[in-house]
Write a protein that binds this ligand. Structure first.
Ligand code: ANZ
Ligand code: ZN
Length: 820
């Protein structure tokens, strides 16, 4: 019999064809089976797959295939997050319409995904730039508008004064426009917002129920939502009616307030600027800096005295109000009571402008806070605080609330750091916001029967202004209410909009009458979601929010979209992240062509547990390839003497054959646990490799030995099949099995094979390890000792000496103590 060569290129193409023809991965809702929805974050169609994609999608595919072998009805869909800025940039560079560029990339990348052997139900494929997709988010938006969950307000954007266009944050480089190089200005324009803050509490509480999410991600979401409880305190303004309200989480420090600080764009500061030239200049200066909160922490603290004075709500003492660059207009009330002794920002500011620092919190009753170098920011005991002296910080919160409440100058308040979601983007390649502006009727949602508002696709943007705003045919329309002349909104949705609900649309992809149908409830929630940690905050928060919006619209019944979340680690090369910008990428396509997809998949799953970073190694890839060749040869050499039926019991087998069955079923037990509960595929593969080592040493001369080998190879092939599905399919057939390996059932552990008949014991002489013996599990002490003393290696150390003591620790060791 001539040897059958492992030829992955041919084999993989053939098997992929079989899957296609059999529609192997097309699923329907089947109530008789347990469902399993496995979802990998869909890619942006940038041109070609990178190794990060390959890792993400291989993990998802391995989990899907494993779950299918467990008998579940598995849905694994794929699609394209197709709107976004790179398409516009590419359009400008190559003079090609973003639509054409995107669709071509999708076609290319789809083939790449197929060549990796990923088991997707392609009948459910979505591309978010397709009107059949985005029409439903437009529809939902109009419903949210009717419900008052959407509003429009002025909001700041980065404005390029030369290109006359709004810039995305990533288009601002060192404060200048990326194309024009002109200093970027802040400009206020009207934009649409979704009231995600209405759901802040539910989004926060829901985290506690997500047992299948990494703690780290939940913490990041918690911090992003940023719930805090404190007091809103009013400081009566001198010489004017009214109060200046501040929000504080540390009312215990109230008696240490030495000034107040307001945001540059706080109404009070704006008003005071009218006859205060330095203040006017300061406000103008602040209008040029980014309001990104990250900058706020490190930025040099600057400010100007507004000239306004307020009275302390307890003492009546007069304190100045400064405008300061570290106060954000969008948080709390846009004003803070400054306590330099106990807040580091206030401290730095006070030092810079020579404002008084008054310590009012002591670490303990007999110790003073040291504020000579920095603020003392811990909680403690109130001092220098008159009637509040001696209170603990926590008690002070309630006490201050009571005292201020009586004066009508303060009340408890809960704040969230989370802001409403600004969804307007002044970009072309996005989903049109379905709103019509009528001079007489105002802003109106586009009526349902007019949806979708289609984005014209034959447009090549040139970087100046918004193409839609320049396009009369798009812009001019009729008012749906009065029939008069009206204009369309020309902004598009933030692309996070599309990725917030695609998980649900896959379930009802072909429904042209509704956003979702009852199939959404069959599949929801996603049982396993897999993607990068970079999406830990925004995407996951928006998707959770959207799921609740859809629930409240009666579209789904569940509260949360993703039951279990796996955040895969990065792919590194020489310790640094593999990325285009660093120029250290390895092209997956070349490797697939050289070694086949199975090798690439196996290496990726073997090199690291999924959540950890993976160090790329060409040697490792070659090692994976060699291993597959060994498995291949093992199966084919086993088959040289024809097919046999596989063993299913250890009874009456030779010692060696029993040992192989023991190893086989131990391995199966471990692999089942590693791939299921633990999700450590690397250790599962390592166990398969160990098993393979044992098999290669196993002499299969006898018929019964061949039966054991047959069983072992069948199980090995099944265990490897989620990682290396093509090779597994081919070997499965060679081993005489009919049907597809994906339709097989995960093997069950033969408990009786796990019962050890022999165990290994260490033999020590005078406490030093000298030999090993194998004895029957139930051997008596006498038999064990006889075997120990007869062992050749041990004999050398006891021969001719006086044996003074014999110790047997059952199941572990024998110690012989000798003299002379
Ligand atoms: C007085 C004080 C004393 C404060 C002290 C802190 C320490 P979180 O916990 O994030 O809610 N703050 C309030 N509004 C602000 C704004 N618009 N811009 C910048 N800072 C603002 O933060 C609440 C604290 O942040 C508040 O408590 C306030 O400073 C500040 F020893 O008030 B604190
Ligand atoms: Zn009208």
């Amino acid at each position: 019999m001539s040897e059958v060569q492992y030829n992955p290129q041919q084999l993989e193409a053939d098997i992929q064809k079989t899957w296609d023809e059999n529609q192997t991965f097309v699923v329907t809702e089947d109530e008789s089976k347990e469902k399993y929805y496995c979802l990998s974050m869909f890619p942006y169609p940038s041109g070609k797959l990178h190794m990060g994609h390959v890792r993400n999608y291989t993990i998802g595919d391995v989990i899907s295939r494993f779950q299918r072998l467990q008998g579940k009805n598995v849905l694994q869909p794929m699609g394209w997050d197709a709107f976004g800025l790179p398409a516009e940039n590419a359009a400008m560079q190559h003079d090609v319409a973003p639509a054409k560029w995107t669709y071509e990339n999708i076609d290319y990348m789809r083939e790449q995904l197929k060549s990796l052997g990923l088991g997707y139900d392609w009948t459910r494929e979505v591309a978010t730039c397709h009107p059949e997709y985005y029409r439903w988010e437009q529809w939902l938006f109009t419903k949210l508008m009717e419900k008052g969950l959407v509003y429009r307000k002025l909001s700041v954007v980065n404005w390029d004064p030369v290109d006359m266009t709004v810039l995305a944050n990533e288009q601002v480089i060192d404060g200048k426009g990326w194309r024009s190089g002109a200093p970027v200005e802040r400009k206020e324009i009207a934009q649409w917002f979704l009231r995600i803050t209405d759901y802040a509490e539910e989004l926060l509480e829901g985290l506690d129920k997500l047992d299948g999410w990494p703690e780290q991600v939940k913490t990041m979401q918690k911090n992003w939502i940023g719930k805090s409880t404190g007091l809103q305190i009013s400081f009566p303004i001198e010489g004017q009616d009214g109060n200046l309200d501040v929000y504080t989480t540390r009312p215990d420090t109230l008696m240490g307030v030495t000034y107040l600080a307001v945001a540059a764009d706080h109404p009070l500061s704006q008003k005071a600027a009218v006859n205060n030239e330095p203040l006017e200049r300061f406000i103008e200066e602040c209008s040029h800096v980014s309001t990104a909160e990250a900058d706020m922490e490190t930025m040099e603290k600057k400010g100007v005295d507004t000239g306004i004075r307020v009275a302390h709500p307890i003492t009546g003492e007069i304190v100045p109000v400064w405008a300061a660059n570290f106060v954000l207009m969008g948080y709390g009330t846009g004003a803070v009571m400054s306590v330099p002794a106990h807040d580091q920002r206030d401290y730095e500011f006070a030092k810079a402008y020579d404002l008084p620092i008054k310590a009012v919190i002591a670490p303990s009753a007999d110790e003073m806070a040291d504020v000579s170098e920095a603020a003392f920011t811990e909680k403690g005991i109130l001092v220098n605080s008159g009637q509040f002296d001696g209170l603990k910080s926590k008690q002070a919160l309630h006490e201050m609330a009571k005292v201020l409440g009586e004066k009508n100058l303060g009340e408890k308040q809960t704040n969230y750091r989370l802001r409403d979601w600004g969804i307007s983007r002044q970009r072309y390649w996005g989903c049109p916001i379905p709103v019509i502006y009528c001079p007489a009727c105002g802003a109106l949602p586009v009526p349902e029967e007019q949806l979708p508002v289609k984005l014209p696709e034959d447009v090549v943007p040139d970087g100046s202004g918004s193409p839609l705003a320049k396009m009369d045919s798009f812009k001019n329309c009729e008012c749906p209410q009065c029939g008069g002349r009206a204009k369309r909104e020309t902004d598009t949705f933030d692309t996070f909009f599309e990725s917030s609900w695609y998980h649900a649309r896959y379930t009802s992809k072909d429904n042209s009458e509704a956003m979702l149908d009852e199939r959404a409830d069959y599949w929801a929630p996603v049982d396993q979601y897999i993607g990068g940690i970079e999406h830990a905050i925004l995407h996951l928060l928006y998707a959770r929010f959207f799921h609740k919006l859809m629930r409240d619209q009666g579209l789904v019944k569940s509260d949360e979209p993703f039951k279990n979340l796996l955040t895969q680690g990065m792919v590194l090369l020489d310790g640094t992240k593999m990325s285009k910008s660093k120029g250290n990428t390895v092209d997956p396509q070349g490797l697939i062509e050289k070694f086949g997809a199975d090798t690439v998949r196996l290496f990726i799953m073997f090199a690291a547990p999924p959540e950890q970073s993976l160090e790329w190694s060409d040697k490792g890839v070659e090692g994976a390839y060699r291993f597959l060749n060994r498995v291949w040869r093992q199966v084919h050499s086993h088959l040289e003497t024809g097919l046999v039926t596989s063993a299913n019991s250890s009874e009456g087998l030779s010692k060696e054959a029993k040992a192989i069955r023991l190893k086989l079923h131990e391995t199966l037990q471990k692999v089942t646990d590693d791939m299921g509960r633990r999700q450590t595929f690397n250790t599962a593969i390592a166990a398969c490799m160990e098993l393979m080592n044992e098999l290669s040493k196993f002499d299969e001369e006898s018929a019964e030995a061949r039966g054991v080998m047959q069983e072992a190879l069948e199980i090995l092939v099944l265990m490897l099949s989620p990682m290396t599905p093509h090779m597994a399919q081919s070997l499965w057939e060679s081993l005489g099995k009919t049907g597809l390996v994906v339709d097989a059932t995960w093997p069950t552990v033969d408990e009786s094979a796990l019962v050890k008949s022999e165990i290994e014991l260490m033999v020590q002489v005078n406490g030093k390890l000298r030999g090993k013996i194998e004895v029957a599990v139930d051997a008596s002490k006498e038999v064990v000792l006889a075997a120990a003393k007869a062992n050749e290696a041990v004999l050398k150390f006891i021969d001719g000496k006086e044996l003074v003591k014999e110790i047997v620790v059952p199941g572990r060791l024998v110690n012989l103590v000798v003299k002379g």
